[in-house]
Design a protein around this ligand. Structure first.
Ligand SMILES: [Zn+2]
Length: 105
């Protein structure tokens, strides 16, 4: 019975996990701090749950809460493309994860 319950649990959580849709494009971190310059980021082609603001050279990625919690502003962050990044800010929570803003180091 326990095993059955576990299977059901894992199926449910995998359905709730960030999957095919990562939701609306997040606002650019610069725009969050400057209400007069509000704009949204664009999805990065070829990467799931990654967005970019070309204007401000800013990236955002949807990560799980544990990952987000292990990074602070200014920490080195491995970018989606394998490059070196620096954490800029934590963003909004969504789908059980957190938006993490970063830029190239
Ligand atoms: Zn921007």
């Amino acid at each position: 019975m326990i095993r059955l319950a576990r299977m059901k649990w894992s199926m449910t959580t995998s359905m709730d996990a960030p999957g095919t849709s990562s939701g609306p494009n997040p606002p650019c971190e610069v725009g969050r701090r400057h209400p007069r310059d509000k704009h949204r980021m664009r999805p990065v082609e070829g990467f799931d749950h990654v967005w970019q603001c070309a204007k401000h050279s800013m990236f955002a990625q949807l990560v799980d809460k544990a990952t987000a919690g292990s990074y602070e502003r200014g920490d080195a962050y491995p970018m989606h493309d394998g490059g070196d990044g620096i954490v800029v800010q934590h963003g909004d929570e969504r789908q059980g994860g957190v938006i993490l803003y970063y830029r190239a180091a």
